[in-house]
Design a protein around this ligand. Sequence first.
Ligand SMILES: Nc1ncnc2c1ncn2[C@@H]1O[C@H](COP(=O)(O)OP(=O)(O)OP(=O)(O)O)[C@@H](O)[C@H]1O
Length: 273
Amino acid sequence: MSARAARAPRDGAALSLTGVVKRYGVRAALDGVDLTVRSGEMLALLGPNGAGKSTLVQLACGLMQPDAGTVYVTGRPGVAPQEIGIYPSLTVRENLRAFAEVHGVSRRRAERLLDPFVLRELADRPAGRLSGGEQRRLHTAIALVHRPRVVLLDEPTAGADTQTRAAILAAVRGLAAEGTAVVYTTHYLPEVEELGASVALLEAGRIIATGTVAELVEQHATAVLEVTFDDGRVARRPGASLHGLEAGVIRAEVIRPSLELAYLALTGRRSAA
Ligand SMILES: Nc1ncnc2c1ncn2[C@@H]1O[C@H](COP(=O)(O)OP(=O)(O)OP(=O)(O)O)[C@@H](O)[C@H]1O
């Protein structure tokens, strides 16, 4: 089977994976994945540690080839994988300019990426002297230098402070509004709700659910009543009814259906991603 589809799929997808399998040794990190992302769509790729998200991102951007199945990407994708690839001795501005030169785009394009990623004040600092979060912002900006039609961001908001997270989310929204297909992985579910991104949920190398946040919440999440007892115990039970609460309850809170509850129901886990 060809590792990469020669022609664009007929449905006009900007990115599509069909029957993709990727093994490390005998173990399948991706085990028959079908996924389509259209221009202007924001897709949040969710799943527990080790589910296969980074592997999918690396396959989609051509950093590795599938053992079976096909991957189609429109143009050369913009990629910000978890490993940060920047020139540490060059300044932030010089890094952006260097990548602009590699891609044959203008210096002005490089300069325009400083503000969306809150890099203007850091523009003259060597990249090697940035904090982890600042380096991640620079790396994401670098991924966008050549105006890719498909962008893959692996945990772009990991470790970001509130302001930075907001800036990155705004940039993601802006990309989608311009017609770019954006795939990003995250373990932070409220930001997926905030973005209104569509969701693909991976578990153990398979996609176990896809849909909008509203669809997943409606289909898989129910309200939960969290009760705290006077001896400090906390218990959760399905539903929102306060009837029949046992003695010793000092606090009861209804937790509304959310993407996190849908995620927990789908993955059967007690703690969030
Ligand atoms: N280079 C590798 N060699 C062997 N196994 C690997 C390699 N990279 C990943 N794996 C395994 O493949 C599976 C999927 O890993 P992957 O990094 O794609 O998961 P992930 O969903 O991105 O996880 P996380 O949320 O922790 O980043 C895991 O079981 C992982 O241990």
